[in-house]
Structure formats: structure tokens, C-alpha cells
Design a protein around this ligand. Structure first.
Ligand code: ANZ
Ligand code: ZN
Length: 863
């Protein structure tokens, strides 16, 4: 038989399943018909299905294939269910790897990037993903990044952009600064080298303005995984506490003039004020050097400052490293106890949290405890659990005067307890949000020496990068006018495409780029040469997809209102913080600019699990265990690949790549192919289904159809594609059983039912195996159009129920037989049928009583 997929078959003949020919044919036709273009039919409900767009570092890998297959199955099924579906794709195309590849191969970053994007697009097409290609967005295209610059300027106007000189994380390998979020476990998120501290003037987005809302609105996201919300909440890190003002003084307790004379701390534990035995400043604390300049303490303090520069703030704050500090020669007076305690500098205090100054309470804080032990500073226990109290009393010491040394503490006691040695607060409950804390803060407020304060861990987003391949920051530095935005009609500031990256040339050295005139005064000026963090590009791409060709705005209000928020967002857990938090911030800021009307960009988030190798190891180039998608597509076809990916595991679970599962998926696809053809051959498109005319075998298949389709649909809604596929397999089995049972009497087959079930199988598998489905849709079922634009099969759970029910019959408590009765049978009818079937066990006895439990059981009591 001819292999050609276009071949028309003789009636009754079952053509071979030739995946490669079929897939080539439908790729072509889908392109020609532009099948996946969005309709935008406002009469239909909308569904926006989105997979996180890829970074074009090469061809797609298995992780991508899984991500997009999940999204594609959702998008296709939504379309069949009658939604107006937006399902776009694009590329997060700026970034360092392109630049590094260009340096290495002495080419241009654009060349490498566009080549990779073309390759990835070819693979996406080969996989049958239903993207509306008219909406393709590449972030390195000027007509996209122009709008990124425009948004930057709008945020700037709104006060959400500022410049600041501060110690920043500088990655010596990537030769650029990193955002706080990009330092993970003390290392550069991209290259793993340890960042250094450098004092640089940088651009920031004021994401902290939205800290509270970003935290609160996590509650509006029931469709997000709990752990992702928890990670975001931790990152935002809201802390309720108080500011407390201490008075600075010298060794004699004389207030120090010149300075305002006060140093403020942030504490969540004002209840521990009586346990404060020393006072700490961050090495970067402003004014620290003024305190020690010219004193004998200057040298040691400087050494601590220098040492701290070598450690990232993140690591320092963790407090797990060896702690370093030095005495400043100064003291502060505790506003509540009136005690004078020494001021030290310590490297575990960070300058960008709270006030950069801390009241140290070694009895209650482990870091302070370790510091006190190392430098011989006193530890006064002021909170005791009942156990602690008993231990003190056992030594014979007085609760009111003892010191930690006398009870031999080896670590801070952080548990809640009762206050001791705490003046009028003694005896109150202490702890976070405790009675004592409330009482002390109230007194501080009354005295004007303290106030309630909420702190966030979240820092402003450092967005400037000293790299070429990114979106240029649209600003001009003028000696006369300062820093001014590039006027809107001059956007975009385009990247030069002739930089000699191989020779190490940077934007800051490219005269052609930076020489300009001031847009305000017209004098010669210098263009900003920093580019934006690529996370700025990925923070709003989902909005551009709504309106990708808009030349007047990044997107119209109308388009955003139609499509936003994204209904289903699918991507890796590695984006749980950075990308998702930044996107939420952009959405809120753009909302406040009046550009859109939603509070949150992504209603439902699915974090797909990882694809590991057969041994459960992460696939990586360096390990040489990468399974490329082509290794499955070439022998089996894309449909088998898609089916295997969705069948091996639920989408959120990791799975180990399994050759056998792929072969199994292929066997099933072939079997389903054969069964559909057999059903079609036994079927009749013109026949009308008459349930009353179905015989028992046909009724069984009929019920199975309703049952499995109900299950399959529900599983699609829960995004459990593996069990949805199992349901389809059961339907195929039921159809096969019917065909077998009627093999000897094919004329008894119900033609309408066969036709119906053939269509069911094709339609239910269409979102998963789209090429296979369209081939059968045309060649077997003889339909026009595509299964993709046809409706999802209708079903009725009630029809799945059988109209007879099996009931056990007990005689004297023992099950003797089972009977089949109509679900509508009366109690009398059931009783009669039971007595008849059980006659041989009641023979010779007198029936005393018959108990009927409808639908379940008949119990015959006889003597
Ligand atoms: C006294 C105290 C006693 C504290 C005690 C804790 C336990 P969270 O909950 O994360 O907000 N702190 C404040 N600013 C700091 C800085 N810049 N660098 C390092 N540590 C700083 O942490 C708040 C606590 O962290 C504050 O409460 C302060 O120590 C410390 F038994 O004050 B606490
Ligand atoms: Zn000027």
C-alpha cells in the first residue's frame, strides 16, 4: 500500500500509521490555513494559556518540550471546549550567553540569537504547538524593546525609578552588577562565581513601594502552588516590630554633641530591651567612621569594614559564618532601662535592613550570643521558660540577680517565657508579639523614644547592567541639565550592531553610541551606556502578546482588557521568585499608570516537574546525559513524544526519562489508530443513534463512552493529563472489546455508535496527538476542517450509569447468590426475584422475614 498520507483508501482498508508522513502533511496544512491564529470572538469566553518563553541558548531541550506540550494540550482542549484561546510564544532574547558566544566566536550577539531562535521555532513547529505565530515576540527586536524603554520612562515619571550610589554585588566573571535576587547562596545566579562589593551608582526600580500589596495579593492567587506563594512571602519578608531610639554617649555617659545624638534600631523584640548588653552597627553604617576617626579604635573598626566587603550581604545576614567585630569606643544609653552599653561594629549586621543598627540581646538571639561569647561581652538572661527557671533555682541563685554564666548556657534561649530582671515588666509574658512587647512599645511611644514599624526584606530592584546585549536605558547625562529621559519620539534608543565584542569593546567605549546632544538644552551630552536587566523584558511580554503590532502603545487597554489576566501560566519552579515577583510588580505599576485593569498577571500557575535521565539525574550537557527531543521525534514522531511526556507523570511531578514509556506510547497510538479505522468501517455517518435499539454489548460501550469522556474531561480540568489519557485508553479498550465480541456477527454492530465512538477517540486525543487526530479526522472520518476547531465530545454522566444493578442475596447471613434487577424495580419485585434465585437455600424452611436494602442487598431470614 502506498505510504503517502494523501492517499485515498479503499473502503474497509486500514492504512498504516506513518507518523513522519502524516506530521509533515499537517504541519504544511496548518501553516497554509494559519489554523492557530486567534479569532478574537468576544461572544466566546476567553482563555489565555501561556508557557514561560524560552531563552534562545540553542535548540529546545526536554524541559522545554514538556513545558510546551502541557500548555499546548491545555490550549487545544480549551479551544475545543468553546473558548476564544490566546496561545502565543516568543523569546527572552537578550542576555549574557549571546554576548559571551559572540565574544568567543568573534561574531555579533544578534547573529547567534536569531540563529538559535530560528532553530527553536523549527522544533516548535515540528512538535505541533498551536502558537499564533503572528504574535511572535522577540525581546531583542527594536519594536519590542522600544516599549520596554517607554515603560521605563513612565515608571520614572511616576517616581518608581531612581539612581543611587551604593555597595552593589559585582560579578567579576560576568563583569556586571547583580540584583540581590541574583545572588543565590552567595554566588552569581548565572556563573556561580562569588560577587564582590563595589560602590557604584546604579539604576533601581522601586519595587518596595509595592511590598505590602505584593504580599497581600498572594491571597488572591488560589490557583498558585502553595510553596511558590510561600517562597514569595519569605522573599518579601514582612516583619512587624518597632524602632527604638538609643542615645549616643562617651565612656562617661556624656551625650555626644555634633551628631543628633541618637541612634535608632529596628527590633521585633522590644520585650528584650532589658537584655540588651551591647549595641551593634553595620560596617557600612553611615557616620561610623566619624565615631572613631582619630581614636585608638579606628584601626580595628576599619579592619572589620574591609573584611566585610569580601563577603556578600546575603551570607553575612545568615549569621552562619564566623562573626567579626570591633569596639568603637562609644556607648549608647538604653531608653527603657537607662543602662549604658558599648557600641561595636559587627559584620553580621547589614546596612540595608532596618536602620543598620541593632540592639544586641545575646540571651535571646543566637548570633548575638555567639558574638558575646567570642568577645567576652555580658549575657543577661531576661526571659525564662519554666524549665530555665527551675535550672536557675537549682543553683541556689536568685532569679533577680543571676547571670548566664552561672547557669552555663551554651546557646541563646529563643523560646517564649516570662520576663525577669526587666524592671516594671518583670513577670510579663515575653516573646514575638507578646504582652511585654506591646507594653514596652506603648511606653516608648508615649515617651517619644520609639514607634511601631513594619520592615520588609524586599529591596529595590537594581536594574542596570554594564553589558551590551540588553535594552538600553533611555537616558542622557548632561552637565548642564543632569540626567534626562530620551524624548518619546526618539525611542527606541537602538543598540549599535557593530561593536567589536571580541576585542572587549563595550557600549561605554562606543562613541557612536554614547555621543549625543542633550534633549533639553541641545548641548553635547553623553548617552547612558547601562542596559536593563533582562528580567525587565520578561516582566511584561505577556502584555505585548495581547496586542503585538501596536505602534502607538505597548498594548491597548482594550486588548489587555480582553485577554488579561493569563488564565494558565506554565513554567519551572526556578522562576518562583525573580520572574514572577517582577511580573507581578510590573502589572501593578502598569495598572497604576492606567494601562490595564488587573491586579495580578497570572491566575493559575503550574510549575512543571523536571525531566531527569533514566537514572534520576538532572540532564545536563556536562554530564552528557541529555536526551534531545529529536531522538524521539525521528523514530516515532511528535505525537508519540507528546503522548509519552503527558502520560509518564502528572505535570507537576519530576519524571525519569523512560525509553519503554515512549515505546508504550507509540504502541497505544498505533492501536488507537487501528481501532478508530475499524469503528469507522463498521460505522455510518448518516445513522442516528437510538439508545433503545442498542443490544447489551452496545449498551456497555455506550455507557463506557459517557463514563470515560466524563473522566477525561474532569482530568483535563485538573490538568492531570496522565489520567485523562488512561481514560481514553479505557475507551479504546471498550471499543476493542465491542468489536471483538461482535466479530462473528458484524451486522449486529450499531453503526451510529461505532461512528460516534470513533469520533470520540479522535477528539479526546486531539489536544495530545494533534497530527494523528487531524489525519484520522479527514482520512478516516471524512470530515472537513480540523479536530482542533471541532467541538469537544459531549457526554452525560447520568448515561454512564447502568440501568440494572447487581444485588447480593443473603440467606441466614450468608451471601448465597447475586441477582440483576432494574434500578427502577420496586421492593416487592426485588424480594420476589431474590426468593426465586435463592430458592434452593430456603427449600424446606419457612421464610420469616425478607429485608431489602435497595441497590445493595437482600437478607432472607428463614427457619
Ligand atoms: C533585638 C532582638 C532580640 C532581636 C532577640 C531578635 C531576637 P526579622 O524577624 O528578620 O525582621 N536586625 C535588625 N536589623 C538588622 C540588620 N540590619 N542586620 C542584622 N540583623 C538585624 O529580624 C529582626 C531582628 O533582626 C531584629 O530584632 C534585630 O535583632 C535583627 F531576642 O532586636 B532583634
Ligand atoms: Zn542639557
Amino acid at each position: 500500500m502506498c505510504d503517502c498520507a494523501d492517499h485515498k483508501h479503499a473502503p474497509g482498508e486500514i492504512p498504516a500509521y506513518d507518523a513522519q508522513a502524516i506530521e509533515a502533511k499537517w504541519m504544511r496544512i496548518w501553516d497554509e490555513e494559519n489554523l492557530f491564529a486567534v479569532d478574537t470572538d468576544p461572544s466566546k469566553p476567553k482563555k489565555y494559556v501561556l508557557e514561560m518563553f524560552p531563552y534562545p541558548s540553542g535548540d529546545l531541550h526536554m524541559g522545554h518540550a514538556r513545558n510546551y506540550t502541557i500548555g499546548d494540550a491545555m490550549a487545544r482542549q480549551a479551544r475545543m471546549r468553546g473558548f476564544d484561546v490566546l496561545h502565543p510564544i516568543g523569546f527572552d532574547a537578550f542576555g549574557l550567553p549571546a554576548e559571551n558566544a559572540a565574544i568567543k566566536h568573534n561574531t555579533q550577539a544578534a547573529e547567534w540569537t536569531y540563529k538559535n531562535m530560528d532553530q527553536a521555532l523549527a522544533t516548535m513547529r515540528r512538535m505541533g504547538f498551536s502558537y499564533d505565530m503572528d504574535r511572535l515576540v522577540k525581546t531583542c527586536d527594536p519594536d519590542y524593546y522600544k516599549w520596554g524603554q517607554w515603560i521605563f520612562e513612565k515608571l520614572w515619571e511616576r517616581g518608581l525609578v531612581y539612581r543611587k550610589r551604593s555597595p552593589v554585588n559585582w560579578c567579576p566573571t560576568c563583569k556586571t552588577v547583580l540584583a540581590n535576587e541574583q545572588v543565590t547562596e552567595g554566588k552569581c545566579w548565572r556563573c556561580g562565581s562569588e560577587p564582590e562589593k563595589r560602590d557604584l551608582e546604579q539604576w533601581y526600580f522601586k519595587i518596595t513601594d509595592y511590598a505590602q500589596e505584593l504580599l497581600d495579593d498572594l491571597d488572591k492567587l488560589p490557583g498558585w502552588p502553595e510553596r511558590v506563594k510561600q517562597m514569595q512571602a519569605n522573599w518579601i519578608g514582612r516583619s512587624e516590630g518597632a524602632e527604638v531610639d538609643f542615645t549616643l554617649c562617651d565612656a562617661e555617659g556624656e551625650p555626644i554633641a555634633g551628631d543628633e545624638g541618637k541612634i535608632t534600631v529596628f527590633t521585633t523584640r522590644a520585650d528584650t530591651l532589658f537584655g540588651c548588653t551591647f549595641f551593634l552597627l553595620a560596617p557600612e553604617y553611615e557616620g561610623l567612621m566619624d565615631l572613631v576617626a582619630g581614636t585608638p579604635y579606628e584601626r580595628d573598626v576599619k579592619a572589620v569594614i574591609e573584611g566585610a566587603k569580601k563577603i556578600s550581604a546575603v551570607e553575612r545576614a545568615q549569621g552562619t559564618l564566623e562573626k567579626h567585630g570591633a569596639f568603637t569606643g562609644r556607648y549608647v544609653v538604653n531608653p527603657v532601662s537607662g543602662t549604658k552599653v558599648p557600641v561595636w561594629v559587627a559584620d553580621y549586621i547589614v546596612s540595608d535592613y532596618g536602620t543598620g543598627a541593632v540592639m544586641a540581646v545575646p540571651c535571646g538571639d543566637q548570633r548575638d550570643f555567639e558574638f558575646a561569647r567570642k568577645y567576652g561581652l555580658p549575657i543577661v538572661p531576661i526571659i525564662l521558660t519554666d524549665e530555665d527557671r527551675a535550672a536557675v533555682e537549682a543553683t541556689g541563685e536568685s532569679i533577680d540577680t543571676y547571670h548566664a554564666e552561672s547557669v552555663d548556657w551554651t546557646e541563646a534561649h529563643t523560646a517564649e517565657g516570662t520576663l525577669v530582671q526587666s524592671g516594671k515588666y518583670t513577670g510579663m509574658r515575653g516573646g514575638k508579639h507578646s504582652e511585654a512587647e506591646a507594653a514596652i512599645v506603648a511606653d516608648l511611644e508615649a515617651a517619644g523614644t520609639g514607634r511601631r514599624k513594619v520592615e520588609f526584606r524586599l529591596r529595590d530592584w537594581l536594574i542596570s547592567r554594564q553589558r551590551y546585549w540588553g535594552n538600553p536605558i533611555p537616558a542622557v547625562h548632561c552637565d548642564h541639565c543632569g540626567i534626562v529621559p530620551v524624548p518619546e519620539d526618539q525611542l527606541p534608543v537602538t543598540l549599535p550592531d557593530n561593536l567589536d565584542l571580541g576585542a572587549g569593546e563595550t557600549l561605554a567605549e562606543c562613541k557612536e553610541f554614547y555621543e549625543t546632544t542633550c534633549p533639553v538644552c541641545g548641548r553635547p551630552a553623553r548617552r547612558e551606556t547601562d542596559t536593563m536587566d533582562t528580567f525587565t523584558c520578561s516582566s511584561w511580554y505577556y502584555l505585548r502578546y495581547c496586542d503585538p503590532h501596536n505602534e502607538a502603545l505597548p498594548f491597548s487597554r482594550e486588548a489587555a482588557d480582553r485577554w488579561m489576566p493569563v488564565d494558565n501560566y506554565i513554567g519551572g519552579i526556578e522562576h518562583a521568585i525573580l520572574h514572577l515577583l517582577y511580573s507581578r510588580f510590573f502589572t501593578k505599576a502598569l495598572r497604576d499608570l492606567g494601562l490595564l485593569d488587573v491586579d495580578e498577571p497570572f491566575t493559575n500557575l503550574l510549575c512543571q516537574g523536571m525531566v531527569k535521565d533514566a537514572n534520576g539525574d538532572t540532564m545536563s550537557k556536562s554530564k552528557g546525559n541529555v536526551v534531545p527531543p529529536s531522538s524521539v521525534i525521528e523514530p516515532y514522531g511528535a505525537d508519540t513524544m507528546r503522548l509519552a511526556i503527558l502520560f509518564i507523570a502528572p505535570p507537576e511531578k519530576d519524571f525519569d526519562w523512560d525509553e519503554e514509556a515512549v515505546a508504550g506510547a507509540n504502541r497505544f497510538i498505533r492501536r488507537a489508530w487501528r481501532i478508530v479505522w475499524q469503528l469507522v468501517n463498521a460505522g455510518d455517518a448518516a445513522a442516528v443513534l437510538n439508545k433503545g435499539a442498542l443490544d447489551e454489548a452496545a449498551l456497555t460501550l455506550y455507557r463506557e463512552r459517557h463514563r470515560t469522556l466524563a473522566k477525561c474531561t474532569e482530568d483535563f480540568d485538573r490538568q492531570q493529563f496522565n489520567t485523562a489519557i488512561s481514560a481514553i485508553m479505557q475507551l479504546v479498550n471498550a471499543a476493542s472489546a465491542y468489536l471483538n465480541a461482535t466479530e462473528s456477527a458484524p451486522e449486529s454492530r450499531d453503526a451510529a455508535l461505532c461512528r460516534l465512538v470513533a469520533t470520540d477517540i479522535v477528539s479526546a486525543l486531539a489536544p495530545i496527538c494533534p497530527f494523528w487526530a487531524d489525519e484520522l479526522w479527514h482520512e478516516a472520518l471524512g470530515n472537513e476542517g480540523s479536530a482542533y476547531t471541532a467541538p469537544w465530545p459531549e457526554f452525560d454522566v447520568a448515561e454512564a450509569a447502568s440501568d440494572t444493578v447487581e444485588i447480593a442475596v443473603q440467606v441466614l447471613g450468608k451471601v448465597r447468590c447475586r441477582i440483576n434487577v432494574s434500578v427502577n424495580a420496586t421492593k416487592d419485585e426485588v424480594e420476589r426475584a431474590a426468593l426465586e434465585s435463592a430458592s434452593k437455600w430456603v427449600e424446606g424452611k419457612t421464610v420469616m422475614k425478607v429485608i431489602v436494602v435497595p441497590g445493595k442487598l437482600v437478607n432472607i431470614v428463614a427457619k
